[in-house]
Ligand binder design. Structure first.
Ligand SMILES: [Zn+2]
Ligand SMILES: [Zn+2]
Length: 361
């Protein structure tokens, strides 16, 4: 079967939760599925599949045994924190974490086997998790586990991760810092986790393959799209990836309570279109999208429904009016000085990174 996009979700994802008062609420994933069902996208061009959980061995391709055992033990007890205070150990969290990693693994497998063109795992995108520690609501790094799976089982060598979350994808960067896996992250600068500067470009065989686009507070649609288009497509074209993986955290939206960027539903539609086009132009259409941040539950469902409709092209004509209602009704302020700061970052990045890929700065 080709030209099909899979939406990977099972109710086990709801076990990946930190309590009712915590910003991270997995119901946003179910809400996204519900919204897409109301839009009748699961009509042959798109399908909903329930992934099985990952196995402990899958986690060990990325994480230390000591850390995995620690998470399992802490979650069985159901109290305390897995990091310094952002990521509580709740009952059933370990099982939920295996489930969301399972979604990214199934997505990677389906795409490489040619069962689907594209796959989206809204439970994944846990980009802050490191080899031996949790961080920022992320327990296991499903992106890294999927990359190790693709390297081991399909012999892939050239994998690009385009991480658009409002926070720096520091866990993913750290795990591949000395390898030629191209990790590109756009994020607000100066907030958690405090990394993701232009000068972090990788080391050894990984030099030039970590790319960071740090953005100031208030970065809005036009400034973001400008930076994205100037940096991401030329690098992806030069890299010639075998698959595109996109971490699609939507906490850069102006309604998000944690980040302070000023992106809109239109930004996410346009970025979806660009990433989808890049996958077809340079990676044979192989595209795996995973979720990520997003702390205004209704906003997240709208953004992810827009992204999924865009990459699947499965929206029936009769749903178009309903689809148009998913877009923002008002817009954040656009300040020229913010655009100028973004432009300066773009120019520094081109000077620093483009020559390493034989691109003109
Ligand atoms: Zn985030
Ligand atoms: Zn496509």
């Amino acid at each position: 079967m080709t030209a099909v996009t899979a939406f990977l979700y099972t109710d086990s994802y709801l076990k990946y939760q930190f309590g009712p008062a915590h910003p991270f609420q997995p119901i946003r994933e179910k809400n996204s599925l519900d919204l897409l069902q109301e839009l009748h996208v699961f009509n042959g061009k798109a399908q909903h599949l329930e992934p099985p959980p990952a196995m402990k061995e899958d986690l060990l391709t990325v994480h230390t045994k000591e850390y995995v055992d620690f998470v399992e033990r802490m979650c069985n007890e159901g109290r305390g924190y897995l990091d310094s205070g952002d990521t509580p150990a709740t009952k059933n969290l370990y099982g939920g974490a295996l489930s969301v990693v399972g979604g990214s693994l199934l997505g990677a497998k389906l795409v490489l086997d040619g069962e689907v063109d594209h796959a989206f795992n809204p439970g994944g995108g846990l980009h802050h998790a490191k080899a031996d520690r949790a961080s920022g609501f992320c327990v296991f790094n499903d992106i890294a586990v999927a990359i190790r799976f693709l390297q081991k089982n399909y012999g892939l060598k050239r994998i690009v991760v385009i991480d658009i979350d409002g926070h720096h994808g520091d866990g993913t960067q750290e795990l591949f810092y000395d390898e030629p896996i191209l990790t590109i992250s756009t994020h607000r600068t100066g907030i958690f986790p405090g990394t993701g500067y232009v000068d972090e470009i990788g080391v050894g065989n990984g030099k030039g393959y970590s790319v960071n686009i740090p953005l100031p507070e208030g970065t809005f649609h036009e400034a973001y799209i400008h930076a994205f288009k100037e940096i991401v497509p030329p690098l992806v074209e030069a890299y010639e990836p075998e698959i595109v993986i996109s971490q699609f955290g939507v906490d850069g939206h102006y309604l998000d309570p944690l980040v302070g960027l000023a992106l809109t539903t239109k930004t996410y539609e346009e970025v979806s279109r660009i990433i989808h086009d890049l996958s077809h132009s340079f990676a044979g259409g192989k595209l795996l999208v995973v979720g990520g941040g997003g702390y205004n539950v209704q906003m997240v469902a709208r953004c992810w429904a827009i992204m999924f409709a865009t990459i699947s092209q499965a929206l029936p004509v009769e749903s178009e009016e309903r689809y148009n209602h998913l877009f923002d009704r008002d817009f954040p302020v656009r300040e020229k000085r913010v655009f100028d700061r973004v432009e300066a970052t773009v120019n520094r990045l081109k000077e620093r990174v483009f020559p390493l890929h034989d691109l003109d700065s």
